[in-house]
Design a protein around this ligand. Structure first.
Ligand code: PEP
Ligand code: MN
Length: 269
């Protein structure tokens, strides 16, 4: 990790990223919501449901970096306006992905946290641009990135002058095919010994399967993660994106109950 300057751990200093009432890196933060913003009803209903179950922030993509050019690409500005409305209704801060460096400055009006997706992690012009932004950045791990490469991507953002970087482990490519990717939970304690940055876990994209997500949410707590990012859809059957890995609000509520109980157990109180 010779080239790292700003991302490395020095002493006990931990980065706490503050967004509205949230302090990411302190306690356990739950970011939940649909893969993509499809329409106002779906987004607001999902936002209300995840808020009620105890989520701390709403996720939802308005720009979707899809593997196929023929797949739903997101609603763009219209989607961002819907997210803004969802925030007005629920008070939940908004996490949304930016895919193009030309969109960074104007998207800051709608996003509380700018997400950089796994497919864009080494888009260095995008990293430099979010480095200049005055909004926190949630940096997913690339599906093919080593921990060192990932931290170097964070370094680009930090070096650009933006200290508010949140890492997110979302699974890496291995030879395993049953799961969508392989959730590298060892990245959580590894990041903790290498860096002061907070780290979240995304069990949705890592497993690609609703049946596996609850266990991996709990495993994220046990591994010492600072939170999770999880996909929830009001009606997964009809989701335009990632339907196989979207929890229903009921499933999410159940996860939240178990997760909060595990947190209490782990804190020893
Ligand atoms: C997402 O969060 O919807 C997403 C596309 O994630 P990733 O970049 O990790 O695939
Ligand atoms: Mn998704």
């Amino acid at each position: 990790m010779n080239n790292l300057r700003l991302a490395v751990l020095e002493g006990n200093r931990k980065t706490i990223v503050r967004v509205d009432h949230l302090a990411i890196g302190e306690g356990f933060t739950v970011i939940a919501g649909p893969c993509s913003v499809e329409n106002e009803k779906q987004t607001i209903e999902t936002a209300v449901a995840v808020k009620k179950a105890g989520a701390d922030a709403l996720r939802g993509g308005a720009f979707k970096p899809r593997s196929s050019p023929y797949a739903f690409q997101g609603l763009g500005l219209k989607g961002l306006k819907i997210l803004k409305k969802a925030k007005e209704e629920t008070g939940l801060p908004i996490v949304t992905e930016v895919v193009d460096s030309r969109d960074v400055s104007w998207m800051c009006e709608y996003a509380d946290i700018l997400q950089i997706g796994a497919r864009n992690i080494q888009n260095f012009s995008l990293l430099k641009e979010v480095g200049k932004a005055r909004k926190p950045v949630l940096l997913k791990r690339g599906m093919n990135s080593t921990i060192e490469e990932w931290l170097n991507c964070a370094e680009y953002i930090l070096d650009g002058g933006n200290a508010d970087v949140i890492l997110c482990e979302r699974g890496i490519r291995t030879h395993e095919k049953y799961t969508r990717y392989t959730l590298d939970l060892s990245a959580v304690p590894a990041i903790k010994e290498l860096s002061h940055l907070p780290i979240l876990v995304d069990p949705s994209h890592a497993t690609g399967k609703v049946s596996l997500i609850p266990s991996m949410c709990l495993a994220a707590v046990a591994a010492g993660a600072d939170g999770i990012l999880v996909e929830v859809h009001i009606n997964p059957e009809e989701a335009l994106c990632d339907k196989e890995q979207s929890l229903t609000p009921g499933q999410f509520k159940e996860v939240m109950t178990r997760l909060r109980a595990l947190q209490v157990f782990m804190s020893g109180s």
